[in-house]
Design a protein. Structure first.
Length: 67
């Protein structure tokens, strides 16, 4: 895990789109496509910003490996 993600988690459990994409090993555009198709991890819209709760992101990723 990169230091930027570790720092973000210490401050807030919500990751930016770029941080979430990095954590999953995909590009941000993939997250946008998944969000549009309603197939990706749960996201929260705060104004214009999209955030991913780290527990929701990790839980979604584990469900994908189990399926």
């Amino acid at each position: 895990m990169t230091t930027a993600i570790l720092d973000a988690v210490q401050v807030s459990p919500f990751l930016t789109e770029a941080q979430a994409a990095s954590r999953l090993g995909v590009v941000p555009k993939t997250l946008r496509n998944w969000r549009s198709a309603r197939t990706g991890p749960p996201a929260l819209r705060l104004g214009r910003s999209v955030r991913y709760h780290i527990e929701g992101l990790d839980g979604w990723a584990l469900e994908q490996t189990a399926a």
